[in-house]
Design a protein around this ligand. Sequence first.
Ligand SMILES: [Fe+2]
Length: 173
Amino acid sequence: MNSDVQIAGDPLALPHLLPPVPAHPATVAGFAGLARSIAADRAAWAPLVRYDTTTRWYHRLRTVPQATVGYEVWLLSWVPGQGSGRHDHGASSGVLTVLEGELTEHTATGPRALAAGAQRVFAPGYVHEVVNDALAPAVSLHIYFPGLTDMPMHPSQAASSGGAAAPSEVLAP
Ligand SMILES: [Fe+2]
């Protein structure tokens, strides 16, 4: 019996016929995949992480200008008790990926525990509050597309979350 390769030819043998590999994600799934690939490269992000008990720590890993796809990648740390405050992300969509530890996301539907490896994808207008309710520090990766330019704060619904909004939250949830 002939195989598909025997019948149609090996597409890998004709690289000029393959679609070009995009340099940047162009779909939500693509951004989620980018987050997973960054998460898997622990040696690249782990040395950058800092923990700050006085204010939320964050670091911008990547900025791709609006002229192309337009997105930003942020690395954030959360010591126990730190939180984002309740907010949305303006016109940006996003992918939140927990790299280490555990975070709790509060939304209108209730709390959701996010262990290392968990991902949340959200559209513009999505409102949430993220806190570290655990006893160990946590690290998360956030991709916003387009890049985050506005992060309106909302009145907190989770009085028991213990997460107070830090001034740095203006552009880093
Ligand atoms: Fe957020």
